[in-house]
Design a protein around this ligand. Sequence first.
Ligand code: ZN
Length: 156
Amino acid sequence: MHNDKFKVEKVVVNGKEEIRLTGVIDEDTDFGTLEKSSGPLYLNLSGITGINSLGIRGWVNFWKAHTDKPVFYVECPPVIVRQMSMIPSFCGHGNVVSVYAPYICNNCEAEQLVLVGSDELASNPPKVTESFSCTKCNSGEMELDGSPRQYFAFKK
Ligand SMILES: [Zn+2]
């Protein structure tokens, strides 16, 4: 059965090949395409919009069966970061390269994602911007939605 909720495509970002995953990870997700690629996998997860409990199980089992492949998780969105922080086995043997941190305006509740790269992730808890001015209402401050310790709990 064709599954158009989930897409796997090869992209080149700054001269480096990445596999971009887009959509929802659930019981229908077929990780077969990832199996075929050789060498280290740079998985860009920025397009993942959701994952359910069966998707999580499939994901964890897939990486358990492919521990021989070096894996790097790039641009992980909050929906993935929250799983990483709640489920210790979620990352498998993979390395987290960069994640998106969700910021929310304390005045107008506008939301914005800020990319946290490997330099910031090198410290624990990561050095993230505490707050910055909201460009939408021009009077509020954008703050991290939640506690940094909780959000970045995937860092052991
Ligand atoms: Zn605002």
